[in-house]
Design a protein around this ligand. Sequence first.
Ligand code: URA
Length: 255
Amino acid sequence: MTSARDARRKEILKELGLTPVWRARTNNSSKSLLQALSPASAGQSNRGEPTCSAPVNAAEDRRFKILRMGWDELEASIAGCIACPLCQSRTRTVPGVGDRNADWLYVGEGPGAQEDATGEPFVGQAGKLLDNMLAAIDLKRGRNVFITNIVKCRPPGNREPAPYEAQQCEPYLARQIAMITPKLIIALGKVAAQNLLGTDASIGSLRGRLHQHSGIPVIVTYHPAYLLRTLTAKAKAWEDLCFARSTMQRLGTAE
Ligand code: URA
């Protein structure tokens, strides 16, 4: 029997968004919810739907719900998102574009002014360079390629997304990755690389190696906007593209 005190405690926890919604029934209690819901976890179908979970607070409950959305619901959720302050200054959300069954997933940092105005990622100068980088390895926006960002709303003044903003947007990217199930993820720039790989390491130390996110291979390269400013980095970016292409060949795709 629950006492009045227990009931009140539950009420307070609920107010704080800390109510346990479900509790894990497995004996794997040391495994975090994020692990339990990550696409690499055992409890997941081959299209990324979580098959078991244990949301324990409002943030996890939100993540849990997002990880079960289909494309339409996901894009509607992004369009109406008010989970971080970026919603106050955005014109349009920029969920991502491309082939939803792509082998290649390119992840940038966040929308700039032109992306904020149009709702499409990488349409400015950096976008033109990205299109050229794709063409250099016989790829084309929208054909076996999906392009998105760590945050789906423009950080004002083109600043980097704050950690809290990236964290609030993370479930959207997690769901996109789970639905697309790309063979290879290309992290464009430091912000994408650090958020995808959960590290503070420099881009220089992350380039040229194969990493993993949720069991999917990740290659890190420079952000196209950086390449526009730093012509000397273009040769290294070309090395990264060749590395990506040979990796994909090894992964056995028909490009
Ligand atoms: N830079 C990014 O990281 N993403 C965009 O969509 C545009 C510019």
